[in-house]
Write a protein that binds this ligand. Structure first.
Ligand code: ADP
Length: 475
């Protein structure tokens, strides 16, 4: 099959979170299964020169956008059997950040059109277009409703929801201005939801199949609590809504070959973790002690991630117990401030790095003992998978993909890979953390928990086969 994917981020080129990891790994795995994969991504200026210098100019294209002729260049980069096509337009993508720009609606409207323009002009027609999250969710609508794309309108489509919270909601005027489609599409509810133009809703309505990134999240988003006001629509599409668990790129995240860490290790040489732990402590200026549990969190700092739970739990825990905590993350100001203050209050126990740092993240996964993930909701979550691959034990709330991948340790059976709390009560998270810390003191259990995590199969192979089967069914 010839599959074209389009998304706003893709590792290792431009990454804000898990979406990029998926785009960096799933196409590769599908290509291994024998399919032809094209991945279309914006060419952000933040992509490192190391990659940009390898990009080859493929073509320059033009199309009508917002009443004028707009042009963009398509740059090609072939890697691991996948053809990456970068959409270059400096007006929209020469920015310091991927998201959070005032004109995001316009930037991604442009990108949706650019994707279709590329697809329309390809010699070999695609069998299926797979789009991801709101940024590319208008593609299926445009494909069906805009005369410009009649020649490709029979191509089947899939939309993956990586996070239902982000829907790309804008006003009626924004829809009319950016897409230049008839107002009736807004007025008859085709692109409208609860009084707004809603990109994700439009995608859900128009695609052949909707997938999301774990079986539990798939069920959760049908409910009022997790449904982000789209659950009634999702219920209508229930038969076409499928949960497929994400994997991680086990080549990028491999403690045995990872060049970003201090000492490579695997389950047989797990003592190598200690060298990485010391490397973290020495780098961030915490006491270099192997016996004190080192807790970490690597995350976008948003409400979803349960920082409020840590605000309840961490100050007391740090005051009462011998633990160390290192945070790597960025996001909402209030949470950044909380962690910065924590580092001031507990200078010998806490280190906080506000920012995005891929290499430091790898070292933390490798050297920490415990990974904290008190998310209120978590579509899949990759951090807990990466942690377990590096022998770092997750303490997580029992929701979404966390529920599907973290298994509470059972000391009698010596089975399980982490600790879970019922997410609605902060107390429950501190209890899960206390259970975890108690086992940390018992090496006969702790070694087993770490190794159970490391033994898990977090690769994409199984899930990629599920996607391939799904494509096959649709086509
Ligand atoms: P989400 O997609 O909701 O942000 P996931 O757990 O699915 O959460 O994926 C997060 C990914 O982003 C992981 O690969 C994690 O290591 C990475 N990440 C998050 N914050 C940072 C950061 N500040 N620096 C480096 N990597 C980060």
């Amino acid at each position: 099959m010839k599959i074209i994917m389009a998304a706003a981020e893709c590792a290792p080129f431009a990454k804000a979170g898990g979406l990029a990891d998926v785009m960096g790994a799933l196409p590769k795995e599908l290509s291994r299964l024998g399919h032809e994969l094209n991945v279309i991504v914006p060419k952000y200026s933040l992509i490192s020169e190391e990659y940009i210098s390898e990009f080859a100019l493929k073509e320059s294209l033009e199309f009508d956008f917002k009443g004028q002729q707009m042009s963009f260049r398509v740059l090609e980069y072939n890697h691991a059997g996948v053809k990456f096509l970068f959409v270059e337009n400096d007006d929209y993508f020469k920015r310091d950040q991927i998201y959070g720009q005032v004109d995001d609606s316009e930037r991604y409207a442009f990108f949706n059109r650019a994707v279709l323009e590329i697809v329309r002009r390809q010699e070999k027609p695609a069998d299926l277009l797979h789009v991801h999250d709101w940024h590319t969710a208008m593609v299926p609508f445009l494909l069906k409703e805009d005369q410009r794309y009649t020649s490709i309108s029979s191509i089947k489509t899939v939309l993956t929801i990586h996070n239902l919270q982000f829907q790309g909601k804008f006003s009626r005027g924004v829809f009319l201005e950016n897409f230049e489609m008839d107002a009736r599409y807004y007025d008859d509810g085709s692109v409208e939801w609860n009084g707004n133009f809603n990109s994700l809703k439009t995608g859900i309505s128009y695609v052949d199949k909707v997938t999301t990134v774990s079986p539990t999240y798939r069920d959760e988003i049908l409910t009022d609590f997790y449904g982000e006001k789209l659950n009634s629509l999702l219920q209508e599409k229930e038969q076409d809504l499928i949960g497929i668990l994400n994997g991680i790129d086990t080549e990028v995240y491999n403690p045995a070959t990872d060049l970003a860490i201090e000492r490579e290790f695997d389950a047989m040489s797990i003592e190598g973790k200690q060298v990485n732990k010391r490397a973290i402590q020495s780098r961030v200026g915490l006491p270099e002690r192997g016996d004190v549990p080192l807790l970490t969190m690597i995350s976008r700092l948003s409400g979803q991630k349960g920082i409020d739970v840590l605000q309840e739990v961490l100050p007391t825990l740090l005051a009462e117990q011998e633990i160390q905590f290192v945070l790597l993350g960025s996001g909402e100001e209030q949470y950044e401030q909380f962690f910065k203050k924590l580092a001031i209050d507990f200078p010998n126990k806490v280190y906080v790095h506000v920012g995005f740092d891929e290499a430091f993240a790898h070292l933390l996964y490798a050297g920490a003992d415990i990974f904290l993930m008190p998310s209120h909701f978590e579509p899949c979550g990759l951090s807990q998978l990466i942690s377990m691959r590096y022998g770092t034990v997750p303490v997580a709330n029992k929701t979404g993909g966390l529920k599907d991948t973290v298994i509470e340790y059972d000391e009698h059976l010596k089975a399980g890979n982490g600790f879970l709390s019922d997410f609605l009560q902060n107390k429950a998270f501190s209890l899960a953390l206390e259970r975890c810390l108690a086992f940390y003191q018992q090496p006969e259990h702790w070694e087993v928990i770490k190794k159970n995590g490391m033994k898990g199969d977090y690769s994409w192979s199984r899930s990629a086969i599920e996607y391939a089967k799904l494509y096959d069914r649709i086509i």
